[in-house]
Design a protein around this ligand. Structure first.
Ligand code: PEP
Length: 244
């Protein structure tokens, strides 16, 4: 169960969130919980999550270890503050900041090199869905991106299916639509990496997940977890999703 805070909250607000959230998920041993705040909040989040089951993730990671890459944050830097996960290829990065399947692959490889679990996002635009192109888009994102990993690398990643039309819009994919897309992605994984990889890869659904729809989404066997934006900003709301 992963929360993406996008560009919200200061370090002080981060500490306040964890003070409230920690006790609400102290016994939630049925799942892994990851919160991905802005870079500026990571140290505060790691400190506040100490002695709790909650892990802290970044919202991106550089493909290089260090160098002339203004505005980027590298794997060793994330290691140094205790970050365990990184969201890669979020649709907002793809839409507004030129992220491509090729850079997604490079960032994913860098995360793995530094022991950080990548949460790699894929998903179609509204026009792709309306024109019946969803499977093609998901297949293309897979083949041009994470299909370039080795089998050993692939075993360590998490995929998030996030239909772009459902992100921040209040329009959740129905559980059936989400499960169908997950089957497409899992089918690609099976073709490229084999049955065991397809059975064990964790695919999260993301797109307007809220406390009142988490349970029906999670009831789909294809859906292994959720990536939550807006509803992860509030401790009570995200805890109720975690404890669906
Ligand atoms: C997201 O940011 O990954 C997301 C799914 O956002 P929201 O839950 O607000 O749609």
């Amino acid at each position: 169960m992963a929360g993406n805070w996008k560009m919200y909250k200061t370090p002080v607000e981060t500490t306040q969130f964890f003070e409230k959230f920690g006790p609400l998920v102290a016994n939630s041993s049925h799942c892994e919980i990851v919160i991905c705040p802005p870079f500026i909040d990571l140290a505060a989040a790691v400190a506040a999550a100490k002695n709790s089951p909650v892990r802290v993730g970044a919202q991106n990671i550089a493909w290089a270890k260090e160098g002339a890459f203004t505005g980027e944050i590298s794997g060793p830097m994330l290691n140094a503050v205790g970050v365990t996960h990184a969201i890669i290829g979020h649709s907002e990065r793809r839409q507004y900041f030129g992220e491509t399947d090729e850079t997604v692959l490079k960032r994913t490889q860098a995360a793995l090199e530094f022991g950080i679990t990548p949460i790699v996002c894929v998903g179609e635009l509204l026009q792709d869905r309306e024109s019946g192109n969803t499977a093609n888009i998901l297949t293309g994102q897979f083949q041009k991106g994470i299909a370039g990993l080795s089998e050993q690398q692939f075993a360590k990643i998490v995929i998030a299916y996030e239909p772009v039309w459902a992100i921040g819009t209040g329009k959740t994919a129905t559980p059936e639509i989400a499960a169908d897309a997950h089957r497409t992605i899992r089918g690609q994984v099976r073709e490229k990496f084999g049955k065991d990889a397809a059975d064990s890869i964790r695919i999260l659904y993301g797109g307007s997940v809220k406390p009142d729809n988490a349970k029906t989404l999670m009831a789909q066997p294809e859906i292994d977890g959720v990536l939550v934006g807006g509803a992860a900003l509030d401790a009570v709301s995200f805890a109720s999703i975690v404890n669906f």
